[in-house]
Ligand binder design. Structure first.
Ligand SMILES: Nc1ncnc2c1ncn2[C@@H]1O[C@H](COP(=O)(O)OP(=O)(O)OP(=O)(O)O)[C@@H](O)[C@H]1O
Ligand SMILES: [Mg+2]
Length: 303
């Protein structure tokens, strides 16, 4: 499998694994208010082992709020949140981590000048020897990090190279491999491909697929329906804090998903507005249901 396959519909996805018996994580009519602001309302979400649940939505739709509840940064103010079928309410991200819920944030918490292996074990270093002469077991950490990265299909020439010298995509992959190694059962990825080009995005999508193959339940947050459709088993679209669409792969096509993301009616009215502006050829704009082409606008348009 190569990263060149990103443009192909469903390329990274091989077969949908059987649905796990019990959801790892479940939200039932969950919601969150920040004071008077109701950021999220009536959200249902299920995460099964060996499946990728994609959460899509425009800016401010509530995606980050949703994952903050699951990762223990915020608490829900409505509905239920269950892990392994038990209602929970995490006070800290540590509590979520203890339940095997790991989150890879977009601004990865890495130390750029530290070697790859050091970042891999940051905060959970391996040591050897008895106290008080206990010291870091550098060789073992290097070897383990290398093995774990290779396990995920990431081959780096030099474990000593500073992590800052890796590409954004590789850094995301190291973070995913790290979460897998430290026993994550649920992996939350907040827009891991947002800042990446096509090829690097393909690499990250490949490791999302690899994490799923290892039986993890993955929550993949993205703006990009194409990326979602390449690895997703289930798709949830948030809009103004509520779930506008929740459908499994067999229930929704890439075209429908794209249309939901773009907001078919909003696009139609945008097209109407643009029609009033000189310099924009509305005939060139995509039709509803064919929103995959980029929208070309003119900066010179003045009415
Ligand atoms: N700490 C906060 N206090 C008050 N309002 C907040 C807070 N965090 C988020 N909100 C509001 O909640 C809504 C949802 O925000 P959220 O960050 O979850 O959206 P998002 O889908 O992640 O957007 P983006 O794609 O821009 O990251 C927004 O209207 C936002 O202004
Ligand atoms: Mg966000």
């Amino acid at each position: 499998m190569t990263s060149n396959e990103t443009g192909t519909h469903g390329a990274v996805l091989t077969d949908t694994p059987p649905e796990g018996d019990r959801p790892l994580v479940e939200l039932r009519s969950a919601g969150k208010s920040y004071g008077n602001i109701r950021a999220l309302h009536g959200v249902d979400l299920t995460v099964h082992p060996g499946r990728v649940t994609c959460v899509l939505g425009d800016n401010g739709a509530g995606k980050s709020t949703l994952i903050k509840i699951i990762s223990g940064l915020h608490q829900h103010t409505e509905g239920e949140f269950l892990v392994d079928g038990e209602p929970v309410r995490f006070s800290t991200p540590r509590e979520a981590l203890d339940k095997g819920i790991a989150t890879v944030y977009q601004d990865l918490a890495v130390v750029p000048l530290m070697p790859v292996w050091r970042n891999f074990f940051l905060g959970s270093e391996m040591t050897k020897g008895p106290w008080p002469v206990r010291r870091l077991d550098i060789e073992k950490m290097k070897k383990t990090a290398d093995e774990e990265l290779r396990n995920m299909g990431i081959v780096l020439d030099d474990m000593e190279q500073p992590i800052g010298t890796l590409s954004g995509g590789q850094r995301q992959c190291v973070a995913i491999a790290r979460a897998v190694y430290f026993g994550a059962r649920v992996l939350i990825l907040d827009e891991p491909t947002a800042a990446l080009g096509v090829k690097q995005s393909g690499v990250v999508l490949k490791y999302i697929a690899a994490a799923r193959e290892k039986g993890l339940g993955v929550i993949f947050i993205t703006h990009n329906p194409h990326h979602a459709y390449m690895v997703g088993d289930h798709f949830s679209v948030l809009r103004l804090g509520t779930m506008e669409l929740s459908a499994s792969r067999s229930e929704v096509s890439l075209e429908e998903l794209t249309n939901h993301m773009a907001g078919g009616t909003e696009l139609a009215s945008l097209k109407h507005e643009l029609a009033q502006v000189r310099g924009v050829d509305v005939e060139e704009l995509p039709e509803e249901g064919d929103l995959t082409a980029p929208v070309a606008t003119s900066s010179e348009g003045k009415s």
